[in-house]
Design a protein around this ligand. Structure first.
Ligand code: NAD
Ligand code: UD1
Length: 348
């Protein structure tokens, strides 16, 4: 008797733009492990293909990497004609706030125009499921904590405005064609690294953000941390933020994809833990995780910084069934594993 062969069901396929970057590479790991086929489109403007080789080592699975720019219509046409994507997870973009002040056009071109090109290609190829990397920066300087999704928006720098512009574009797109499935995820402060220590954050310049700065001080690449302000209205006077482990963050994307699969919609969710930690809390936790003292000095406030920013993550919990799992100790331990094993990031 010959047994009838059951055809293997096709794996759902994701296009991950910016997949070689910090958050994108972690998304690749978790998506491959969750059973997706993954195609990465990245122009490597702020990343190394070594992150993708590490993703394949961690998962023992293969992905497809296409080096290209989301602003390149011909490239997009090629990519969308060759693959039948079930959804796009869109990380590609520029993210340095200071640089966005000095080079706003570069930011609008990359983040807004780039997203428009991507949306055109998606519409043309009838791929209408998108998860977009937005940011808590769209809340500007909120007066009240914790921050809910229905709080007023108002970005205060060009980077934040590009995120807000894209959110507005997505709202108009959905209003014009409610068959789209769009999830806008507002990240709080992503930190941490994969537990293997094989992938992590690798800023190409001196870090602007706290956690990579602290970890580079710990590993001896930088001399000391400057703490931007110790006279805020917080428990110890230093700025308070909602740090979230990058693996928790990307798990939120997988939950958002499941949520979008239930029906066409446009949704917005905060991805944060709901807990705020100060700069000094981070220094202390990192010293403990690394066993290394972090020298620091007090410095003036950084322009545009809020005293406090932390999420109300209830909407993501109720609608996506998602809650952050990892605590600050684990975030610091994972950053330290990555940083101590790769003192110079991917450029060793
Ligand atoms: P990242 O710079 O590590 O990753 C972005 C990736 O996109 C890089 O690999 C870069 O080479 C690629 N890229 C940039 N422009 C491109 C283009 N035009 N075409 C193709 N590829 C392009 O940054 P990240 O921290 O992983 O952030 C990912 C996304 O999340 C960004 O959109 C960022 O604005 C957003 N976000 C990040 C944070 C954060 O703190 N890391 C917070 C909120 C939102
Ligand atoms: C920054 C971005 C914001 C982005 C967010 C998440 C700015 C002005 N804002 O905000 O748009 O959404 O990252 O990626 O860049 N700090 C120090 N010393 C340092 C670095 C930071 O004291 O060398 C302090 C800051 O003042 C702040 C805290 O550490 O209180 C966290 O800073 P950072 O990691 O840059 O994140 P955000 O300020 O939330």
């Amino acid at each position: 008797m010959t047994k009838e062969k059951t055809p293997t069901p096709k794996k759902p396929q994701l296009l991950i733009t910016g997949g070689a970057g910090y958050i994108g590479s972690h998304m690749c790991v978790e998506s491959l492990q969750a059973g997706y086929d993954v195609v990465v489109l990245d122009n490597l403007s702020n990343s190394s293909p070594k992150s993708l080789a590490a993703v394949e080592r961690i998962t023992q699975k293969q992905l497809t990497f296409i080096e290209g720019d989301i602003r390149d219509d011909a490239k997009l046409k090629e990519v969308f004609s060759k693959h039948q994507f079930d959804a796009v997870v869109h990380f590609a973009g520029l993210k340095a706030v200071g640089e966005s002040n000095s080079e706003p056009l570069k930011y609008y071109d990359n983040n807004v125009h780039g997203t428009l090109r991507l949306l055109e290609a998606m519409a043309e190829h009838d791929v209408k499921t998108l998860v977009f990397s937005s940011s808590a920066t769209v809340y500007g300087m909120p007066e009240q904590m914790p921050i809910r999704e229905d709080f007023p928006t108002g970005a205060i720098n060009p980077y934040g405005k590009t995120k807000l512009n894209v959110e507005v574009i997505l709202q108009d797109l959905y209003a014009s064609d409610p068959s789209w499935r769009i999830g806008m995820l507002r990240y709080f402060n992503p930190v941490g690294a994969h537990a293997s220590g094989e992938i992590g954050e690798d800023p190409s310049d001196i870090p602007n953000n706290l956690m990579p700065y602290v970890s580079q001080v710990a590993v001896g690449r930088l001399k000391e941390l400057s703490i931007f302000g110790n006279d805020y209205d917080t428990h110890d006077g230093t700025g308070v933020r909602d740090y979230i482990h990058v693996v928790d963050l990307v798990q939120g994307h997988l939950k958002a994809l499941e949520f979008l699969a239930t029906k066409p919609q446009l949704s917005v969710h905060n991805l944060g833990t709901g807990t705020g930690y100060s700069v000094l809390d981070i220094v202390q936790a990192f010293e403990k995780a690394s066993g290394t003292p972090i020298p620091y000095k007090m410095a003036p406030r950084r322009e545009g910084d809020a005293a406090k920013s932390y999420a109300d993550p209830a909407k993501a919990k109720n609608e996506l069934g998602w809650t952050a799992q990892y605590d600050l100790e684990r975030m610091c331990a994972d950053v330290w594993r990555w940083q101590s094993q790769h003192p110079n990031g991917y450029s060793e």
